[in-house]
Design a protein around this ligand. Structure first.
Ligand SMILES: [Zn+2]
Length: 87
C-alpha cells in the first residue's frame, strides 16, 4: 500500500531530503527518493513513522527485504544499518 502523501512529506523533511543510508541528496536524484521500510512489510514491518526511512533507489533495492547481511570476512550475520537506532 502506498504511503499517504503527508506521511511521505514528514519522512522527507525528517531526512532533510537525503537518503538516510548513503546521504545522497534528493536534489541530485533524477527521481524523488522513495520510502524504505526498515523492518520490511513482508516481515511484519509497519507503516509507522519510526519504521520508515527515505532511501535512494539503489539503497532501497539493495536492502530489498533483508534485515541482516553476512560479513564476508567473518561470516557473521549482522543487522543492516538502522537510521532510527544508529547514527
Ligand atoms: Zn542511498
Amino acid at each position: 500500500m502506498a504511503i499517504p502523501k503527508p506521511l511521505y512529506e514528514t519522512v522527507r523533511q525528517r531526512a532533510q531530503f537525503r537518503c538516510e543510508y548513503c546521504h545522497y541528496p534528493e536534489l541530485l536524484s533524477s527521481a524523488p527518493l522513495s520510502i524504505d521500510h526498515i523492518q520490511p512489510q513482508s516481515l511484519g514491518g509497519s507503516d509507522e513513522l519510526d519504521n520508515l526511512a527515505l532511501a535512494c533507489r539503489r539503497c532501497n533495492e539493495r536492502r530489498y527485504n533483508f534485515t541482516t547481511e553476512i560479513d564476508p570476512e567473518t561470516n557473521i550475520d549482522f543487522p543492516l544499518f538502522n537510521p532510527r537506532q544508529q547514527k
